[in-house]
Design a protein around this ligand. Sequence first.
Ligand code: PMP
Length: 413
Amino acid sequence: MTTYAPHPLYFSRGEGARVRDLDGRWYHDMVANYGALAHGHNHPALTRAVHDQIEHGTALGGPSTLQYEHADMLRARVPELQRLRYCNSGTEATMWALRTARAYTGRDVVVKIDGGYHGTHDWGHVSAFMSGGTTHRQQLPGLPSANLAPGVPDTVLRSVVTVPFNDTEVVADVMSRLDGQVAAVIVEPVLGVGGGIPAHPGYLQELRRLTARHGVLLIFDECATFRLGPWQVKHAVSPDLSTFSKIVGGGLPIGVFGGRADIMSLFSPSHPQPVYHASAFGGNSLSLAAGIAALRAFGTPEIAHLDRLGTRLRRGLDTAARHAGVLGRSVGEGGMSYFHFGARPPQNAADTAAARQGRGRLRALVHLHLLNEGFLTARHGLMCQHIVTTPSVVDAFVEAFASTLRLLRPYLA
Ligand code: PMP
């Protein structure tokens, strides 16, 4: 949920690819709950699945066959998920993946990407891109620096090292300087909140090589990128652990973490030193019933549709900017896009921060003008489509964006 000045819209209903505010005004939904939805609101199969399940109970206090059904469907898409466990959110999934890596390696340090977003637990909150800017950035453990993430303990800050996205030299340097201390590198294959920046070709392959060489686990946070393929399957790079959430829960809260069987066997009660994982609602029947319906209705044709919509959107926005004489470029992959003002598209979160510097009011005006034109976007620039979004809605959005740029052109120098 996002709030913004002068006051945020409150919504009362969603139907297909549109949402309605409390005043009864409908908007084309270009946010899809920040990428957490992909099927559109009130999708008949998902709604039916939830109705049917609620009559059989929501959380039964033990394993259920729904968990196996959902897990089989996920594993059919992501073969690297040899074993997996359920929790309630992307935050929990990445928190657990990191704890699993620390338990498996017996090491404490986590390497994360500057501006990478993995949810709101303490480790993920170090140098995360939030609407107010990037939180604390830690270059190497032990270095004194101001704590820009109030509430996150110094001990956690000292155990997280951040590196810029799309730069393997820094990672190689950190790996050799901290040889034997790093448990995991965690990365979003497309840097989401940090600017929607796709990994350079070969970047994640090189991370795979470097981490393997130093006995470090590679974690792909695919909470957002499942809607693209998932990324690891589309681009054939195998992490040790991965995390999923959002659309795999069909509109209800869910988190999934898992990967190599030898790592996940740490959770087996018969392991000599088992890792204890508990969750009252992790793997609850309602989320899984919705998730199973969601996975059934989200296959190759739907992903291809989102790919086409995203490509059409990015091309349209770039053309609109060119015609308006405005410096700016769209970035993204598949049905996940951002538009950035400035001469060059960002390659990492520092570039994104620079592109946003001094343009806060401008971006707020773009957002408000698009609302007036009947389109809901995220103020930080994210645009995601639903599988029920049509090309003509994308075209209408591009036209609304073009008229926004024309209107704001005097402020865009
Ligand atoms: N990881 C990524 C890549 C995300 O995009 C998000 C949510 N924006 C999260 C983790 C956290 O998920 P949740 O909000 O469900 O805790």
